[in-house]
Design a protein around this ligand. Structure first.
Ligand code: NDP
Length: 315
């Protein structure tokens, strides 16, 4: 039974990054009248980046927050119903699926598109927060270019850190890689590449004690975990690559995920283990994590949802 706070929709999209908005654009154009809830951070991770130069179509680049406003405007122009609100509980045990918004309203939907993204993990030290966007970044592919010809540092020792250190080594003079143990977690091949790149200096057994600078990153102070010795290195940027956390907790009772919480989709589709529930963007992608790939999978999710609804006779 629906009470007055409840609502029935055809397609519900949860999340408002490039994946969610692209799904909304496609679903609106297919006349599915999608409702999109924006979540905790309307616009997603791009709202905390600066200039985006690698999204095709913006010939002169664009600021991340502005780009997300463009995405939203386009979705609204196509007829999507975009709302503030956070999904707080779901029940995918039977059709129509139920999603609680802000713990009070229940949305019933025939198809759900999960596009809740991922969040970068941070070290959690005050200077990291203070200098965020002023040389501190969690995305070397997004922001490395701004430090061309400069010395930079990157913390982390997994595949992401290795990949990003290699990316930075092609742009920057020196890349200081801060590794907290005496070994890396990255795959052997990535480790070999990093170790054999002359302008990557690995600081083993090192913790980030503080990032230094007032209005921009000027240096980083490292602490050796064995000796306690502190050293300062002059750098213009500090990249954090210690992993991402997919925002998928809410769905774990129903949706299959890998051991790190990324939603599993059937390869080449956006389909999850529950029919009618689709996933797009970073919540299901630990490899690429780009705005353009998220948008691509958002498009796939809307098309998959449309096909599912027509096959079931629900539209
Ligand atoms: P991982 O969890 O694999 O690695 C995180 C790294 O950050 C670890 O080396 C960890 O150190 C370090 N770390 C964590 N917290 C801190 C901290 N507070 N201070 C300093 N260092 C810290 O994350 P990734 O994002 O690298 O990779 C995620 C998954 O995606 C992996 O399965 C990876 O293989 C995969 N991936 C694959 C790629 C490819 O195949 N091309 C590319 C990118 C990712 P420690 O080792 O000491 O725990």
């Amino acid at each position: 039974m629906l009470n007055e706070l409840n609502e029935k929709v055809s397609v519900l999209i949860i999340g408002s990054g490039p994946a969610g908005y692209t799904a909304a654009i496609y679903a609106s154009r297919a006349n599915l009248k999608p409702v999109l809830y924006q979540g905790i951070q309307p616009g997603g991770q791009l709202t905390i980046t600066t200039e985006v130069e690698n999204y095709p179509g913006y010939a002169n680049g664009i600021q991340g927050p502005e780009m997300m406003i463009d995405f939203e405007k386009q979705a609204v122009r196509m007829g999507a119903d975009i709302r503030y609100g956070i999904a707080t509980k779901v029940d995918f045990s039977s059709q129509p699926y139920k999603v609680w918004i802000d713990d009070e309203k229940i949305i019933e939907a025939n198809a759900i598109i999960i596009a809740t993204g991922a969040s970068a993990k941070w070290l959690g030290i005050p200077s990291e927060q203070k200098l965020n966007g002023m040389g501190v970044s969690a995305c070397a592919v997004c922001d490395g270019f701004f430090f061309k010809g400069k010395d930079v540092a990157i913390v982390g020792a997994g595949d992401t850190a290795a990949e990003e250190a290699l990316y930075l080594s092609k742009l920057c003079t020196t890349v200081n890689m801060v590794v907290r143990r005496d070994q890396m977690r990255a795959s052997k091949i990535m480790q070999d590449r990093v170790i054999n790149t002359p302008n990557i200096i690995i600081h083993w057994n090192s913790e980030t004690d503080e990032i230094l600078g007032e209005n921009r990153v000027e240096a980083v102070r490292l602490k050796n975990t064995q000796t306690g010795e502190k050293t300062e290195i002059k750098v213009s940027a500090f990249f954090v690559a210690i992993g991402h956390q997919p925002n998928s907790d809410l769905f774990k009772e129903f949706i299959d995920m890998d051991e790190t919480g990324y939603i599993k989709t059937i390869p080449g589709t956006s389909k999850t283990n529950i029919e009618g529930v689709f996933a797009a963007g970073d919540v299901q992608d630990k490899h690429y994590r780009q705005a353009v790939t998220a948008a691509g999978t958002g498009c796939m999710a809307a098309l998959d949802a449309e096909r599912y609804l027509s096959a079931k006779g629900l539209v």
